[in-house]
Ligand binder design. Structure first.
Ligand code: NAD
Length: 364
């Protein structure tokens, strides 16, 4: 397992840590936005350390093989050897992709994740899942490789757009739904239903959200699950709640429309649909389903795209769910809720049921 450092002063603490290490070279990977907003902060920690810096395009569309080729070519051109360290300064896209490049370059070199989005801090940077999208399918090429360390400083969230903060909330909501009813209640009460459109941006960027607390809470849940099952043979599957249908929705919007959804937005819809299926299969009460649906909608009040989808689109999404990596023997295996805070994995569902669940969610 990687060491996860929570810091409120990455400039100083990362520098101290680097002094104790012995790498042949350092290379900081950024995307266009983290180069602008985050690299100036990290660069202060690196003043005493000569390093390379390489910037890739931002966004999910760049999480593909040609970008990996560019990264590998750059590392080769700089003669990075197996004693070098890659520093991934960015969100989940950059961390997943550059981590994958590092895990495969010269049969593996060390890398650290310095997550700069909420989603990457609460989820993507932890657990060693790396990968890229291929032929339109999410994360279908990849590997498991724990980073040497993860450095989390919520200072980076200050420049993150509200929509990206919102996207990260999806994984925080998920961690509470699968493992912590008490914290879920806190999330429900932070944002009551009235005036959410006006209140949400204010709340997400105010002291009402103690990001240190929420990030550490999510990481603790994820870390304890991953520690029991790094390679997702059993209990780690719980972390996929909302993702079977969510990934299919994300892929659909990425490949069939000009308006891609953010990862967390797709997962938000996936969680509503999978909660609906939980009423049918695993005994989630209607009252709990309604609370989940309302709360997720409170955190995603601008997300009105699904209700406009036609039957044919819903069938396409259901077919995409069939391609999910977690499936085996042509069965769609889903994580469902027995209660808020209690999930169960490997529940078989049909593609017809996915259409039904999406239709039910469209009727809200
Ligand atoms: N490996 C895992 O376990 C895991 C888990 C969940 C999600 N993911 C993956 O994570 C990806 C989504 O990650 P994401 O939501 O972080 O998206 P992202 O990496 O695309 O970042 C979102 C946007 O914010 C910008 N940005 C990043 N940090 C910023 C900052 N501090 N200030 C201003 N702008 C900043 C980025 O340039 C980008 O435009 C998906 O590809 C998903 O599959 C992986």
């Amino acid at each position: 397992m990687s060491h996860i450092f929570f810091t409120q002063n990455i400039r100083q603490d990362f520098q101290e840590w680097l002094k104790e290490q012995n790498f042949s070279a350092l290379c900081v990977l950024t995307d266009e936005n983290t180069h602008l907003h985050c690299y100036p902060i990290l660069a202060e920690a690196l003043v005493q350390f000569p390093h390379f810096q390489y910037t890739i395009p931002s966004g999910e569309q760049a999480k593909i093989l040609p970008t990996c080729s560019q990264i590998w070519e750059y590392w080769l051109s700089q003669h990075l050897d197996r004693k070098a360290l890659i520093i991934n300064l960015g969100g989940g896209v950059l961390g997943d992709m550059s981590g994958f490049c590092a895990a495969t370059y010269k049969r593996g070199i060390r890398f650290v994740q310095v997550p700069t989005t909420l989603l990457a801090q609460v989820d993507a940077s932890v657990g060693g899942k790396l990968g890229i999208d291929f032929q339109g399918f999410k994360n279908v090429i990849g590997s498991f490789q724990a980073p040497l360390a993860v450095w989390i400083d919520t200072v980076f969230l200050k420049t993150l757009p509200t929509r990206e903060l919102q996207s990260g909330m999806a994984e925080i909501l998920k961690h509470c739904l699968i493992a912590d009813h008490t914290q879920w209640i806190k999330l429900v009460t932070i944002l009551s239903s009235e005036n959410t459109k006006i209140k949400l941006p204010t709340i997400l960027s105010s002291e009402k959200m103690d990001w240190q607390e929420w990030v550490q809470h999510s990481v603790k849940i994820k870390e304890s699950i991953v520690a029991q099952d790094m390679h997702e043979q059993h209990i780690r599957k719980l972390l996929n709640f909302g993702h079977t249908i969510g990934h299919a929705i994300e892929t659909y919007f990425l490949t069939h429309t000009d308006t891609p959804l953010l990862h967390g937005e797709a997962i938000a819809w996936g969680m509503i649909a999978e909660s609906w299926l939980s009423m049918r299969h695993t005994g989630l009460t209607e009252e709990n389903f309604k609370e989940i649906r309302q709360t997720i909608q409170n955190y995603f009040p601008f997300l009105q795209i699904l209700p406009a989808l036609e039957q044919i689109a819903l069938e396409t999404i259901a077919n995409l769910a069939l391609q999910d990596k977690k499936n085996a023997h042509n069965t769609i295996n889903c994580v469902l809720l027995q209660d808020i805070g209690k999930a169960i994995f490997d529940i078989p569902i049909t593609s017809q049921e996915i259409v039904e669940s999406l239709l039910a969610c469209c009727q809200i």
